[in-house]
Ligand binder design. Structure first.
Ligand code: NI
Length: 226
């Protein structure tokens, strides 16, 4: 299940991010890649615990905390502090899978990467190439969103970033451990929540709503961990 979360950041926030990232202390992305990924990864990345990454990451997390669509789709338990990458012309990240367990640098905390998130920070008109290509059961999906929009996809997916052929692609990326580990269960809860929301909109006060909300919470109680 691929889910688009529009407008995680406002135009003013995007501008602030881009000013900060211009001056940031970029590192070779290979330094943070695992043994297999290192061979296919060619980008720049802000180091873990970088102060710019930490302050921008907090803005993203605060926005997601208020985002009903993100909460419904991800049912987040823990989120890795957001990281940032930059691809210039010819840079790319070949097919890879993200590590299953992500330690949070400087803390004893580990996050199981149930969901991956990419938040686009460059406008699609500014660069060519640089699509996020995600393999799912329908084949490969090509994702290139407006600055400020985010895609959520299962951490189990093989994915890549196609080579940038013009301009610069800036993005933030991070992982989420969900309260609901199983993708099928999480998808069912998301669909049920969407159905409840749409009935509540169209037929407010429908007597079945309380019962449906009860089913939602009973499933969440059964399938969720805290
Ligand atoms: Ni990846």
């Amino acid at each position: 299940m691929l889910i688009q979360i529009p407008k995680v950041l406002s135009a003013d926030e995007i501008e602030h991010f881009r000013q900060q990232l211009k001056l940031a202390n970029w590192d070779d992305g290979r330094h943070s890649a695992g043994y297999l990924s290192r061979r296919v990864k060619d980008n720049a990345q802000l180091p873990d615990r970088d102060p710019v990454a930490e302050s921008l990451g907090e803005i993203i997390l605060a926005s997601l905390d208020r985002n009903a669509l993100f909460t419904s789709a991800a049912l987040p338990l823990k989120i890795v502090p957001p990281l940032f990458n930059r691809y210039e012309v010819t840079q790319t990240y070949g097919p890879h899978i993200d590590g299953a367990i992500r330690p949070v640098t400087g803390t004893p905390c580990r996050v199981r990467t149930d969901l991956s998130a990419t938040l686009f920070l460059s406008d699609p008109a500014e660069y060519d190439g640089g699509e996020l290509m995600i393999q799912d059961t329908y084949g490969e999906r090509s994702i290139k969103l407006s600055a400020g929009d985010m895609v959520l996809y299962p951490g189990t997916s093989v994915h890549r970033v196609s080579p940038v052929t013009r301009g610069v692609r800036l993005a933030s990326f991070f992982w989420i451990q969900s309260m609901v580990r199983d993708l099928a269960h999480r998808t069912t809860l998301f669909q049920l929540d969407n159905a409840i929301q749409s009935i509540a909109r169209d037929v407010p006060g429908h007597t079945g709503l309380v019962e449906l909300a009860g089913v939602y919470h009973n499933l969440l109680r059964d399938w969720g961990d805290t």
